[in-house]
Design a protein around this ligand. Structure first.
Ligand SMILES: Nc1ncnc2c1ncn2[C@@H]1O[C@H](COP(=O)(O)OP(=O)(O)OP(=O)(O)O)[C@@H](O)[C@H]1O
Ligand SMILES: [Mg+2]
Length: 230
């Protein structure tokens, strides 16, 4: 499903170069639920942005779903992303002037889905995260946990094979964090491959595999024998 081969990423600021990913090879199979862990600055977000086709890299290859996506144009990347991937951010990234239904329908506008179907599928996705009674609200009228559920609905509305999330529970309290992890576990049970960054070991134990980063390298990669189920 996901195959990174010898990926190197250099961040350039002014005339300073920082090697954020040194030589990353990572294979993730369909159906896995993987946590990416590691200290601040170890390269987790850099790698997630590459996995999500949101950023380019300097060396190596990325094979997604059997297709080499290393050298795509930004238009091609957007197309592959829209068809295969859903992305959830720590800061929700919702459109404040749009209703929840409109927020969730937005990726389908880009995908060219007709208006009626957009509405139906957005409602279905919001129902999956338990927000079918809030569809006319705007983001400022709901809680942080609800916002993240909207962001998840938006990420899954095109039925992506892989759901990616960078610290999705970073701004949430522990009860709301469990709600989000429960949704991820359900989506994973139903067949979605999930990759998420988290700082918290307590959150990672709800996944099935922990990949630990240090200084731009993978330091450890372990399968969790007993995934904690919510
Ligand atoms: N856009 C950028 N320009 C320059 N340097 C960057 C950029 N993004 C990240 N870096 C640097 O690359 C390294 C890896 O950063 P990254 O954001 O991937 O770490 P992280 O593991 O996600 O950290 P955190 O846990 O704080 O989110 C850091 O040294 C960071 O300062
Ligand atoms: Mg980060």
């Amino acid at each position: 499903m996901i195959d990174l081969k010898n990926v190197v990423k250099i961040h350039q600021t002014g005339d300073e170069e920082l090697i954020a990913l040194k030589n990353i090879s990572l294979h993730i199979n369909e159906g896995e639920f993987t946590a990416i862990m590691g200290p601040s600055g170890s390269g987790k977000s850099t790698m997630m942005n590459i996995l999500g086709l949101l950023d380019r890299f300097d060396e190596g290859d990325y094979i997604l779903n059997g297709k080499n996506v290393t050298h795509l144009t930004s238009n091609e990347s957007a197309h592959v992303r829209n068809k295969n991937l859903g992305f959830v951010f720590q800061s929700f990234n919702l459109m404040p002037r749009m209703t929840l239904l409109e927020n969730v329908a937005l990726p389908m506008v880009y995908a060219g889905v007709p208006a009626k179907e957009r509405k139906e599928r957005a409602l279905e996705a919001l129902t999956q995260v338990g927000l079918e009674n809030r569809i006319k609200h705007r983001p400022n009228a709901i809680s942080g946990g609800q916002k993240q559920r909207v962001a998840i609905a938006r990420a899954i509305v095109n039925k992506p094979a892989v759901l990616m999330a960078d610290e999705p529970t970073g701004n949430l309290d522990s009860k709301t964090t469990l709600e989000i992890m429960s949704i991820f576990q359900r989506l994973n049970r139903e067949g979605t491959t999930v990759v998420m960054v988290t700082h918290e070991p307590d959150v990672a134990k709800y996944t099935k595999r922990i990949v630990s980063f240090k200084d731009g390298e993978i330091q450890d990669d372990q399968i969790i024998e007993k995934q904690k189920i919510i």
